[in-house]
Design a binder for this molecule. Structure first.
Ligand code: SF4
Length: 506
């Protein structure tokens, strides 16, 4: 509580409403005993929770700016149990996994690495994304604080940022610990974009590798090359060009028809690569599928789109109220445009350098148009209308043999809203193979069995698609090169490749 709140006295004359006359003050949750935190140069920042590759690239990128930053290990089942042990009831999975992951890491520092609790609290700070909801997302910071306090790390500092407020320092942080300069964000976004691109190539290649593990070995090399480029402040484009030769060494056989599975849904559940979604991607690949995940950049583009919409609404309101347009919004509009253009330019440059040719950053206007008859676009939270838009896009543009929408158990925007609407979408597009599935942290057997059932249908579809093609006698070697990424109406990679040869024989 704030000092003002703490010092409030019940006033009998006003029935205890004396606070009505007090000046408003920021609510603060200050530790009981004041803590002398480490100076800025000794502070160590922790974060994590994106894909494994992105976490590591972000670590290198921030280290290159002189920030002492450590990416936490991937949240696992033990993190989930730790989160449950110290968290409130009724939270969603991402909270348990991410909160538990931080507590588990700090416990390890204390119990196995010999650091005292005081030293941990004094030196470490956790960076996370925050917001005011409208779902449980708005309670993340409170959850972190409760779990940290109950686990014995009272006073541990958190800093969060949300897209509306920019960077917002945790309440107890009195001085600016991180310099949130444009350079900080640009560096961070570069790491996220490169991570997306390299991940997408990995998902395209791994199902077709001739030697098991060769794709992962090449990706590990790429991670090292890009991380070094960040640390040495050398050209990222040159580094990605160098990654081409690593990826080019992986021998592929791309003539096995495999079902293409688009995975989307709640951001964290769909993105994490571990126990948080029962290792969904590895499971699908082991079952013979090729996965197409949604890159993180899509969520970033949605946030930019939402900011644009909010600005537009504000301007319309000002005009209809007879007020002059506030020209500060013009500046914001220009900034949004510049941000969008910068993301697209960097994505295109990096994708070209490493050889991702067939992916374009989604057009958010187009997706909003697809979803608008089904989903109120003003309704934000989670992925908003994106899940509905992705399903419609997948079926209209032949993008997948199976669309999986994954979400944590009881996720408000994804289970309660999007899935309700998806039943109308699937009724209107009965040909779609769609599976909506929840993760609870437990119950993996049931989860896998439902995925297998939907995958069976997808495998049949992929096989039929391939068998309807007349495979030419001569097929050029290049079809086994990852750089060959034809774009046509077929869904499966093998079918796409054969179709491209039929259409333009050599
Ligand atoms: S989108 Fe769903 S899973 Fe994510 S914070 Fe909100 S309620 Fe939880």
């Amino acid at each position: 509580m704030s000092l003002a709140c703490n010092s409030m006295k019940i006033n009998e004359k006003t029935g205890g409403l004396s606070f009505l006359h007090q000046a408003p003050s920021q609510w603060r949750e200050a530790p009981d005993t004041p803590i002398e935190y480490a100076p800025k140069e000794e502070t160590i920042f922790l974060s994590g929770g994106l894909t494994l590759l992105q976490d590591k690239l972000i670590e290198a990128a921030l280290n290159s700016l002189g920030i002492r930053f450590i990416a936490l290990p991937n949240p696992d089942f033990k993190s989930f149990q730790t989160g449950k042990a110290f968290g409130n009831r009724g939270q969603c999975n991402p909270t348990y996994f991410t909160v538990g992951n931080l507590v588990k890491y700090l416990q390890d520092l204390r119990d196995n690495k010999g650091l005292s609790t005081e030293e941990i609290v004094r030196k470490y700070v956790y960076i996370t994304a925050g917001g005011c909801g409208p779902c449980r997302f708005g309670m993340y910071i409170t959850e972190y604080k409760k779990a940290l306090r109950d686990a014995g790390f009272e006073g541990f500092r958190l800093t969060s940022f949300d897209h509306e407020k920019g960077i917002f320092q945790g309440e107890e942080i009195e001085e600016q610990l991180l310099d949130y300069t444009p350079k900080f964000f640009v560096t961070l976004i570069k790491a996220v974009i490169i991570g997306d691109i390299v991940n997408m190539l990995g998902y395209k290649m791994r199902p077709y590798e001739v030697e098991a593990g060769s794709t992962d070995a090449a990706l590990a090399q790429c991670k090292e090359i890009v991380a070094q480029a960040f640390l040495n402040h050398s050209s990222l484009i040159k580094a990605l060009w160098k990654c081409r030769s690593e990826l080019g060494k992986v021998k592929l056989n791309r003539l096995h028809p495999k079902p293409k599975v688009m995975v989307m849904g709640e951001f964290w559940a769909a993105m994490t690569e571990g126990d948080g979604n029962y290792n969904l991607y590895r499971f699908l690949e082991a079952e013979g599928a090729e996965c197409t995940p949604q890159p993180i950049i899509n969520r970033l583009m949605l946030s930019i789109w939402e900011a644009e919409q909010a600005l537009y609404k504000k301007e319309v309101l000002q005009v209809s109220n007879g007020r002059k347009i506030d020209f500060s919004s013009l500046k914001t509009r220009l900034l949004i445009k510049a941000g969008k253009a910068a993301v697209k330019t960097h994505f295109t440059l990096y994708a070209k350098a490493i050889g991702l040719h067939d992916y374009e950053i989604p057009d958010m206007e187009k997706l909003a148009h697809l979803a608008k008859d089904y989903y109120t676009l003003e309704c934000s939270g989670g992925e908003g209308h994106l899940e509905v838009a992705h399903l419609i896009e997948a079926v209209r543009h032949n993008l997948a043999h199976l669309v999986i929408s994954i979400k944590p158990f009881g996720c408000m925007p994804s289970s309660a809203v999007s899935d309700g609407i998806q039943s109308l979408v699937t009724a209107r597009y009965p040909q779609v193979n769609f599976l909506s599935i929840e993760t609870s942290g437990e119950g993996a057997a049931n989860f896998y069995s439902r995925v297998q059932m939907a995958l069976f249908k997808a495998k049949q579809a992929a096989k039929e698609e391939f068998e309807t093609l007349e495979v030419p006698e001569y097929l050029p070697k290049r079809i086994h090169n990852y750089l060959c990424q034809p774009v046509n109406k077929k869904i499966g990679t093998s079918a796409k490749l054969v179709e491209s040869i039929i259409k333009s024989p050599i």
